[in-house]
Design a binder for this molecule. Structure first.
Ligand code: UTP
Length: 312
């Protein structure tokens, strides 16, 4: 396999964040507010994944946006008037917060005219890649994967084994029906038992029929061959091009695909129930909110705090 020298040092430079979907699970809010801008406490999901990409060494973020979702890109633009107003009022902590997103990495947007699927969204990013970029990271802003660092592990796996590397979380056996589930086998000489070879993927299998309990978790390190595969697959329901179909095609053609099982937290903030859990989790981790929120939650749930304290 022939990889550019830059890849040996840094397996990817560009992180693609698809943000052109309709967000139907969040209607009516997403009629006018892009799902990717809904705040987890005070920071939009798209900023959290941009931070993750920057921490993993990406220097460029390609945002795939839709007509009417300009707000997503605007979040990464410098707002001089706002900065000036905050500076004048001596609000330095807030100033730092509003400067965070524009300062993370260079942002480029590409338009997906119609929501023709995640695969179609990723395909739009190809035209802005440099000729020597042989791989690209894709981060779904719906998925928060914590603690950070899984992209680094995925990059190490690609360096060692080539091909494409995906991320999975181990879900309870009776929850497999809600996810894309990997069909995997152990890698013979893997030092890390959380690195597995992928033979295929099943979308939302029935309980008892799933090939494993490893579910796709919104992080992909894809070989550039993915774009060619995306052009060769057939659109499915609603004319949508599925990223998983293109990955399946690559596997069928002998392209190595591995998965890194992330043994941490994954919040799916693309639906109200998962979003609420993430908000509570993030708020409990913030000094300014945690004590009061915890007390309120215990009261709201009718938990006797004196007994709790006694049991501790
Ligand atoms: P989802 O399927 O979770 O997003 O795609 P959605 O279609 O917006 O949500 P629902 O199902 O209607 O509630 C995961 C990510 O891929 C993007 C979405 O914006 C989201 O960040 N996406 C999806 C696109 O960019 N284009 C598409 O055509 C589909």
């Amino acid at each position: 396999m022939d990889y550019a020298t830059t890849d040996i040092v840094r397996p990817f430079r560009t992180a693609v964040v698809p943000a052109a979907g309709l967000g139907t699970r969040f209607l009516p809010a997403t009629k006018s507010v892009p799902k990717e801008l809904l705040p987890v406490v005070d920071t939009p999901g798209v900023e959290l994944v941009a931070e993750e990409a920057a921490a993993a060494g990406a220097d460029r973020l390609v945002l795939v946006t839709a007509p009417g979702k300009q707000g997503v890109a605007a979040h990464f633009a410098t707002d001089r008037e706002l900065e000036h107003a905050l500076a004048e009022r001596g609000k330095s902590a807030l100033l730092e917060k509003v400067r965070n997103a524009p300062g993370l990495l260079a942002v480029r947007t590409v338009l997906q005219e119609r929501p023709l699927g995640l695969g179609h969204a990723v395909l739009q990013a190809e035209r802005v890649l440099a000729a020597d970029e042989s791989s690209v990271a894709v981060l779904l802003p719906d998925d928060l994967v914590l603690p950070r660092g899984v992209l680094d592990t995925m990059a190490r796996v690609r360096r060692r084994r080539g091909g494409s590397v995906l991320c999975a979380i181990d879900v309870p056996a009776d929850h497999v029906g809600a996810y894309g589930i990997f069909d995997v086998e152990p890698v013979r000489d893997a030092a890390d038992p959380n690195v597995l070879r992928v033979n295929g993927m099943v979308e939302k299998p029935a309980v008892g029929q799933a090939p494993s309990t490893y579910a796709a978790a919104g992080r992909y390190l894809l070989d550039r061959a993915i774009f060619d595969a995306l052009r060769r697959i057939e659109p499915g329901v609603g004319g949508e091009l599925q990223l998983t179909d293109a990955i399946a095609l690559l596997i069928a053609e002998g392209h190595p695909v591995h998965v890194v099982v992330h043994r941490g937290i994954r919040h799916d903030i693309g639906n109200p129930a998962g979003y609420l859990r993430a908000a509570v989790d993030f708020a409990l981790a913030r000094e300014e909110y945690s004590a009061e929120l915890r007390d309120w939650l215990l009261d709201r749930l009718g938990v006797d705090r004196t007994r709790q304290a006694g049991a501790a």
